[in-house]
Design a protein around this ligand. Structure first.
Ligand code: ATP
Length: 598
């Protein structure tokens, strides 16, 4: 939590790059980076490489990924600039510039980390025949879009909202409708100033990536519109047949006439009967709020998706221009909050998958090491048995066929059952009770289930989980966005985009659920990872309070990367010994400091 500049300096990069045997130097992420690069150069199959950066929230995954990108931008930089074109930034600069933009829009201050990535990222650095960086591509996973409209206590919205409200010039404030000192409900804890609030860095990077000033202006105006949308508050009408009232008057937002906007938020259109008759029904206050939040989330998610597309266009090259790649994976770490829902289930599922990948690779590496088979045989251990047992059980519970949490969640969505969570809890328990990874917090009144993950137990709340999985958007809301006169919104919600949004089906046609989409994209990622030579970097957080130069042994020991439940029994003697030595030392240290000195 304190930059140590020489640790990541260009000189040190060079030292690892030119070393005869980088592994003989001090352990460093540059040693891993250099080994990975040499693997590509050696051309031994599989030539393509991946570095999987893992660790809990705030441990340093994003920081490490940034350093790795800088390393390759330095050691694999192309010798000449592309076609001598001075107006285009060099590829390595554009690749590095993707970081501040993605972080401004996709990171936020959470309880665990001031700069927490709220999305997963896989970046492929593509190299030509001479192993020079020619291009790159970025794939993102599941942005936590709920954060736009809801921020947990003591957390913040995405950084970009603070950047525009703090960094806009007087003229821009006028143009973007962001008066000085105005208050926004969706901008909590804005009095906290973070390094991540720097607007200039984001703007410069956007410009280098080809997002001109006028498009930037448009983006920031839309973001300001979202902040104003969050200030719209509804109250119950005196006459229930009337739409909800507004607590304060509101002006036109997002280039949508105010009447049109309010109608879409407060009145539901129902099409029913054989003749497809259209009825209009005022929404309850809670429904109005849900629709308002939904509108903000769908806009922000589309904007983020579009930004990734623009960045990709800026760093893209035709596949004929490159021959190999190094992939860097930086996904959100394992999460266990006091309240967990669908977002955490997906994040932890991703981590479970990666852990399985790690365990499989680690075991394979051990298996191929000459001396090992006898050792295992002596202990009566079988490979196939050890590899996956706990991990696989947990994955079976989450995504297995035919019955799993995911399949039951999808079934609830398909049958449009979302309100009775008690019944859903019973259904889960009935269907999956034979899986030892499943349990329940019996002391909690709220319907829930507990999954015993490789990294620990997590209790998930069932309330709203089915609805989140459906992620529906009312057709009226899409329509209002399609009718907006805002050029960016027109682009994001062009009529052809219609099919890609989960418009709430009038009939019960299947919706593509969040978990189905997430599972699909993760499986695709695993296929890519499985076709590469993997390398792992495990980040360890020195203390949970993010304090500079503070190293808490107990907290560090708890993050031990190897001794997960499935690994504890393997290879038994070694792991058991290590595990107990570690624990005994901790215990002794504690006893020593607490009692003996006293
Ligand atoms: N090598 C380092 N040197 C100094 N500070 C560091 C280092 N690595 C991480 N940090 C500090 O820790 C903070 C958290 O790191 P980072 O954002 O990379 O965590 P993360 O693992 O990506 O977390 P999340 O899963 O929440 O996204 C950084 O903002 C920085 O202050």
């Amino acid at each position: 939590f304190q930059p140590v500049s020489y640790l990541y300096s260009p000189e040190l990069m060079r030292e690892y790059h030119v070393a005869l045997r980088p592994q003989d130097l001090k352990p460093h992420i540059f040693a891993v980076a250099e080994q990975t690069y040499r693997n590509v150069q050696s051309q031994i199959a599989p030539v393509n490489q991946s570095i999987i950066v893992s660790g809990e929230s705030g441990a340093g995954k994003t920081w490490t990924s940034r350093c790795l990108m800088k390393f390759y931008a330095s050691v694999a930089a192309p010798v000449i600039s592309p076609k001598g074109n001075e107006t285009v930034e060099r590829i390595e600069k554009r690749v590095l510039d993707s970081n501040p933009v993605m972080e401004a829009f996709g990171n936020a201050c959470t309880l665990r980390n001031n700069n927490s990535s709220r999305f997963g990222k896989y970046i492929q650095l593509q190299l030509d025949r001479c192993h020079h960086l020619t291009s790159a591509s970025i794939r993102t996973f599941l942005l936590e879009k709920t954060r736009v409209a809801y921020q947990a206590p003591n957390e913040r919205n995405f950084h970009i909202f603070y950047q525009i409200t703090k960094g806009a010039t007087a003229e821009e404030r006028l143009e973007w409708n962001l008066p000085e000192g105005a208050e926004y409900r969706w901008l909590p804890n804005s009095e906290r100033n973070l390094d991540e609030d720097c607007f200039e860095v984001t703007r410069d990077a956007m410009f280098h990536l080809g997002i001109d000033h006028s498009t930037q202006n448009n983006i920031f105006k839309v973001l300001s519109g979202l902040l104003h949308l969050g200030n719209i508050q509804f109250s119950n009408p005196v006459d229930e047949s009337q739409p909800c009232e507004l607590e304060h008057k509101t002006k036109a937002l997002l280039h949508i006439p105010v009447e049109e906007l309010l109608e879409s938020l407060r009145i539901r259109t129902i099409t029913a009967g054989k003749q497809q008759q259209v009825f209009k029904k005022p929404c309850s206050r809670a429904e109005c709020e849900t629709r308002r939040d939904c509108l903000a989330k769908v806009i922000y998610a589309k904007l983020f998706e579009w930004l990734v597309l623009v960045i990709n266009e800026s760093i893209y090259a035709d596949p004929s221009a490159w021959t190999s790649f190094i992939g860097l994976l930086d996904v959100y770490g394992f999460e266990a909050f006091p309240e967990n829902n669908l977002e955490q289930l997906c994040i932890n599922y991703a981590n479970e998958k990666l852990q399985q990948h790690f365990v499989a690779h680690y075991l394979k590496a051990q298996q191929t090491a000459k001396r090992h088979p006898d050792e295992y045989a002596a202990e009566g251990l079988q490979w196939s048995f050890i590899s996956y047992q706990d991990n696989q059980k947990c994955l079976d519970l989450i995504e297995g066929n035919p019955l799993s949490i995911f399949s039951l969640l999808n079934e609830e969505c398909r049958l449009n059952r979302s309100s009775n969570t008690d019944l859903f809890q019973t259904r889960i328990e009935k269907a999956l009770s034979n899986n030892q990874c499943l349990s329940r917090n019996k002391f909690s009144k709220k319907p829930n289930f507990i999954i015993s993950h490789y990294a620990g137990k997590v209790c998930y709340q069932l309330a709203a989980m089915v609805e989140k999985n459906k992620d529906p958007i009312a057709p009226e809301l899409v329509q209002v966005l399609q009718n907006s006169k805002d050029p960016l919104l027109q682009k994001l919600f062009s009529v052809t985009e219609r099919n890609q949004t989960n418009i709430r089906p009038q009939n019960r046609a299947a919706v593509v659920t969040v978990v189905a989409k997430f599972k699909g994209s993760l499986e695709h990622l695993m296929q890519i990872l499985n076709s590469t030579t993997p390398h792992y970097i495990r980040c360890i957080k020195p203390n949970a309070d993010c304090k500079a130069m503070t190293f808490k042994r107990e907290e560090v020991a708890f993050q031990k990367p190897f001794l997960t439940d499935s690994m504890r029994s393997f290879p038994e003697t070694l792991c058991r010994a290590l595990h107990w030595v570690f624990r005994d030392l901790e215990l002794l240290a504690k006893l020593f400091s607490q009692h003996i000195f006293k």
